[in-house]
Structure formats: C-alpha cells, structure tokens
Design a protein around this ligand. Structure first.
Ligand code: FAD
Length: 430
C-alpha cells in the first residue's frame, strides 16, 4: 500500500482535527507544522501582544477574562465531548485544555513539528499527471531552513491574526491610545479611562462588558448593518452609531448621527483579514477583500484539489464544521467523492457568490455562513458518507443566539443540561 504524506499547516483546532483524521487512515501520514511552541492556536493565550520569544508575530487574540460565547455542547467536536463536569460557558484556558486533551487522546503530538514556521508552499510535478507539494519550513529556534515534499496539503493557519483597521477621515488627529482588539488583554489598564470601541459584533460586545468594571465610560459603536444591543447593560456603557470623523482637538470623536464624545482610548474591534503569505503564486489562490479566489465548497482549491483549506468560514460553530470539512476533503482524496471538473467547480463557486450578492450580502461576506452552516455541514457529511451533525446542536446554537440578544449581560451564566431523550434544558442562573 502506498502511504501518502500530508502536510498540515497549523496546530490550532482545525489543524488538530485534520491530523486526527489523517492519522486514523493507514494510507496517510500527517506532518503538522506549527510556528509556536504549543497546540491550540487562537486558544493558546499569550500575555505578549507583539512578538513571541522567537520573534514571530503573536497569533492569539485571547484576553485574560475571555469566556466562550458558545456553550461547550455546541463547540465540541462531534467525536470528542468536553468534560461533563465543566460549566457550559468556558474560560479560554478550559478550551485550550480540551484541545490539548484532543491532541493527546488521538496521539497526535508525535506528528507535530513545533516552532516550525511554514515559509513557502509550491506545487511541483512528480510525474505525468501527479501533483505534489514542496514545503519550505524554518525552525525558528535553530534558525535553519529545510524542504520536504508532500502528496497533499491542509492549510489550517487560522484567520484571526491579521487585524483590519479602517481608514476614517481625521484619524491622525486622535492623540489618545489607539489599538485593535487583537492586542487587548486586561481591563485594569483602562481604569478610569473614556473608551470608544469601534465595532459592535462579538468582540466589541464582550470587550465592552469586560471594560465596564474599570473604565469611566465606554461607547460601543454599532454600524447600521448590526442590530443594537437589547436588554440591560452596565450604566457606563452606551451605544452609538459608527464614527464619522475626529476633531482636530485630539480627543473628540464624532459619530454618524452628529453626536460627539471625548475619549482617551479607541479600540478597533473591526475584525481580521485572510492571509496565506506562504503560498506561491502558482498555487493559484488569492485574497480579494474577504473573498478567497477560489475555494470549492469553501474548502478545496479547484486548480489543485490536493490542497485543502480548513476553517475559512465565519459565523459558524467552528469545531463541528472543521470535522466535516476534513472528512469531506479526505473523501475527495480516497475516491468516495469524485470532484467535478475545474470549470464546473468554478461555475458553482460563482453561482454561490452571485446568489449571496443578490440576497444583499456584501462581497467581503463571501465565506460567512451563519444560517447556511447547517445545510452546508449536512451536504459535506452526505457526500463524504458520514453521519450528520446532531440536530440538537443547531437548536441549541439558535436558542443561545436569541438569549444573547435578549440578555447580553447574563447569558453566559446559563447552564445547559442534556436530557435522556436527547434534547436539552437551559437553566438560567440569574
Ligand atoms: P487557529 O486557532 O488560529 O490556529 C492556526 C494555527 O496555525 C496557529 O497555531 C498558528 O500558530 C499556526 N500558523 C499560522 N501560520 C503558520 C505558519 N506560517 N507556519 C506554521 N504555523 C502557522 N470559537 C468558538 O467556537 N467559541 C468561542 O467562544 C470563540 N471565541 C473566540 C474569541 C476570539 C477572541 C477569537 C479570536 C476566536 C474565537 N473563536 C471561538 C473562534 C476560534 O478562532 C476557533 O474556535 C478556532 O480555534 C480556530 O481554529 P483554527 O485552527 O482555524 O485557527
């Protein structure tokens, strides 16, 4: 039996999931390259905000008090439950611990090359019709570079590490402290400060609540596309429309409705961009303002189907979706799924994109799934011929979403109990 060598870039949740299923097949062998000294990726908390001990940019955006915004029953991989003794909403350390356990349970550590940064990936032809991949890596501890050749590549490098900061007229006037949520760690350093957070999605909401215990006042800006926060908020938090400009006095921020506030700090909670700096041009993958050109089913590179991307979509339950993307990709490799021709794949991708635009979704939301995630996961599962995700996950995800909207302040105090009949109940602690 010919054993195929598969490179996995990144040992976050997506890379570990890829490695777990690759290692389970006798005809495949994974090598996982991880630039840091640990598994966990986004969940590997770092006190530092700039560079790590090897001079690499800090990857994780976790902050000290972060609790998950999804309950563990929704977050977990379908084949590896969280410890039942843990509460439903977890501190980041508990998720990191879960990923370490996942790694050890499936005996993945022996495949991981830590402190190994992937510098370059390019397709090379092995023989007539056979594609393989040359991967150049740098051992960042020893400062040595080496090349290896693989039969397939799983790109699992995450997409919460390259902060996006919008250009707002007059930003240069602002003399207060400006930062991005990626470098936010502790609320205490903002004690007594007047803070404006630009961006009212999950990070903006969570960080404003974390700051409320220390800051003197917090304005969270909610764009016209995002619903206003309902329910009770701490007294010091107020909601404002987006920022329109800054006054030359160095401290006044003007909102789109003409109202103004003075601020000491401005925190951009404005999201992240995709980036694959290690991919050679001949991989035929480019990033166009939030759209990756092109990925079939948000996963497979139509120009080189032995290159797969795990974890690209957003507004999803990440771990369960990684599970299905990995099984789907492996099914395309073992012949369970016969992929359409490149032209047909590109046509389907374009149709999906056009449908999204027609529904009013912006171009940059090309990989946002939200309510589409369930049908997407089921489609991957059906094609790969594996059991679908338990429908309870969707029900619970939707219920928690509504609870979050109604009671942002308290929803993480809820405890979810699974009942014997397979459904669940939510016990509100407040
Ligand atoms: P990552 O975890 O980012 O892992 C990518 C890995 O690739 C990293 O270890 C990185 O070091 C490595 N890497 C990157 N480039 C290279 C290279 N060139 N060479 C070698 N290695 C490389 N999800 C939830 O389910 N629930 C939540 O409550 C939740 N809260 C979140 C809060 C925050 C602040 C953030 C940022 C994300 C949150 N998420 C949450 C989403 C989270 O990102 C996913 O759960 C998941 O961990 C992403 O996994 P990943 O493997 O795709 O990416």
């Amino acid at each position: 039996m010919k054993v195929l060598n598969v490179a996995v870039i990144g040992a976050g949740a997506a890379g570990l999931c890829a490695a777990r299923h690759i290692a389970a097949r006798p005809d495949l062998k994974p090598v996982i390259y991880e630039q840091s000294s640990s598994v966990g990726g986004a969940w590997f908390y770092r006190e530092e905000t700039d560079k790590d001990e090897n001079g690499l940019k800090i990857h994780s955006a976790m902050y000290k008090n972060l609790k998950t915004n999804l309950p563990k029953q929704v977050m977990e991989f379908p084949d590896f439950p969280f410890d039942e003794k843990l509460p439903s909403f977890l501190y980041h350390e508990q998720v990191q611990d879960y990923l370490e356990k996942y790694c050890d349970n499936f005996k993945l550590r022996k495949y991981i090359k830590f402190e190994t940064f992937v510098e370059h990936v390019k397709p090379v032809s092995q023989s007539e019709g056979e594609r393989s991949w040359e991967v150049t890596v740098k051992n960042v501890k020893e400062n040595t570079t080496s090349k290896s050749v693989f039969d397939a590549i799983f790109v699992c490098n995450g997409h919460y590490a390259s902060p996006l900061i919008p250009n707002i007229p007059g930003k240069e006037y602002f003399k207060g402290e400006m930062s991005h949520s990626h470098t936010y760690r502790h609320p205490e350093v903002f004690s007594g400060k007047r803070i404006v957070l630009l961006g009212g999605r999950s990070s903006g909401q969570d960080i404003s609540l974390d700051l409320a215990k220390h800051a003197s006042d917090v304005h969270i800006t909610i764009s016209h596309r995002t619903p206003r926060i309902q329910g009770k908020l701490p007294k010091c938090i107020s909601q404002a429309p987006s920022i329109s400009s800054f006054l030359p006095d160095g401290k006044t921020i003007v909102f789109e409705d003409g109202s103004q506030t003075e601020a000491d700090c401005l925190i951009f909670c404005t999201g992240y961009g995709y980036g694959f700096p290690f991919l050679d041009e001949s991989c035929d993958i480019s990033v166009d303002e939030g759209r990756i050109r092109y990925l079939y089913n948000h996963t497979i590179n139509p120009s080189h189907p032995s290159m797969t991307f795990i974890g690209i979509c957003s507004r999803i339950c990440p771990f369960p979706q990684f599970h299905y993307q990995v099984l789907y990709s492996l099914a395309t490799m073992d012949g369970t799924i016969e992929l359409p021709s490149k032209d047909e794949m590109l046509k389907e991708i374009e149709e999906d994109y056009r449908n999204r635009l027609q529904e009013g979704m912006p171009h940059r939301a090309s990989h946002v799934l939200a309510a589409r995630q369930w049908a997407y996961n089921d489609k991957l599962a059906d094609e790969a011929d594996v059991p679908r995700l338990n429908q309870r996950v969707q029900k619970l995800y939707d219920d928690i979403h509504h609870t979050r909207v109604a009671m942002l302040l308290d929803y993480k105090e809820n405890e979810i109990g699974l009942l014997e009949n397979g459904s669940y109940n939510v016990v509100c602690k407040k």
